[in-house]
Design a binder for this molecule. Structure first.
Ligand code: PAF
Length: 281
């Protein structure tokens, strides 16, 4: 497995890989969710490239960029085990050389949900993903449904900017008790880890109400909020029931054929902010 730290070296390696290329962009501190993306990319392409880059432009000034977990050696061993051909591992200055001042903004979609709580976050995501696509030139790029809004925004960016690749979305990988896998789960102490289950419980409640036929848009989020408020270590950021493509908050539930519903939430467990979602079909 090649490890490439410069854009120039990545481009040279890319040129030597004729045939379909699957790309798995990550911020490292890999877990089974990332491995599922790598495995799918391996199964569907002749070559697989992963990137590990903790992207400063998608973190707000008071967020966890500095302390975001990192473990390069372990990450590389995991990717090698999945048969990844090359890993792009650039330093910050390689991705954002001094004077770099061009950003990609997906208007509208980037301001909702996560974007409302984390201004500038999706500008950073779209910018770095566009740069990575330009450098790696994949035929397919793999993302997890756990970051549902990120996926909607990247698909829109790829379509609007005529990027010649397919965005493949893979299901959220969960711990046996339902907690969505996330690199940030490492921040949780044992009591917080137990409390974090409230996100999945709230989503299961939404799904159960939905399956029982509840279609009043405000009733489900209200029940989710009430459940979360009962957990002493949890502080709710938002709960949302939105159209899964437009991300517009629902005032009424879409009828058959009008699209599916994204139930999503962000909750602080202690100081750790976690997100999760499910699609109600
Ligand atoms: O989902 C992530 O890990 C990041 O947002 C991504 C897509 C690698 C961009 O930095």
């Amino acid at each position: 497995m090649k490890v490439l730290e410069s854009v120039a070296a990545m481009r040279v390696a890319r040129q030597a890989m004729a045939g379909s290329m699957g790309f798995v962009p990550t911020m490292g501190y890999l877990h089974e969710g990332h491995m599922a993306l790598a495995r799918r990319a391996r199964a569907e392409n002749e070559h697989v490239v992963a990137s590990i880059f903790v992207n400063p432009t998608q973190f707000g000034p008071h967020e966890d960029f500095e302390r975001y977990p990192r473990n390069q050696e372990r990450d590389l061993a995991m990717l090698q085990k999945e048969g990844v051909d090359a890993v792009f591992l650039p330093p910050v200055v390689e991705m954002y050389p001094s004077g770099s001042c061009t950003y990609v903004t997906v208007e509208g979609l980037s301001q909702k949900l996560e974007g409302a709580s984390r201004p500038g976050h999706f500008r950073g995501v779209a910018t770095v993903v566009a740069k990575l696509f330009n450098i790696v030139q994949p035929a397919r790029a793999y993302f997890g449904q756990k970051d549902a809004q990120q996926v909607v925004i990247i698909k829109k960016m790829a379509a609007d900017l005529d990027m010649n690749l397919e965005i493949v979305v893979c299901p959220t990988v969960r711990e046996p008790d339902g907690l969505a896998m996330s690199s940030r789960n490492v921040y949780l102490n044992p009591a917080e880890r137990r409390a974090a289950l409230v996100l999945w419980q709230a989503l299961c409640l939404a799904r159960e109400m939905w399956q029982k036929g509840e279609r009043r848009a405000e009733v489900i989020p209200k029940a989710m909020r009430e459940l979360i408020q009962k957990e002493p270590l949890a502080r709710l950021d938002y709960v949302s029931l939105a159209h899964s493509q437009t991300l517009e908050e629902l005032e009424s539930i879409p009828k058959e054929g009008e699209g599916s519903v994204l139930a999503s939430l962000a909750v602080y467990i202690g100081k750790t902010r976690l997100i999760d979602n499910i699609v109600l079909e």
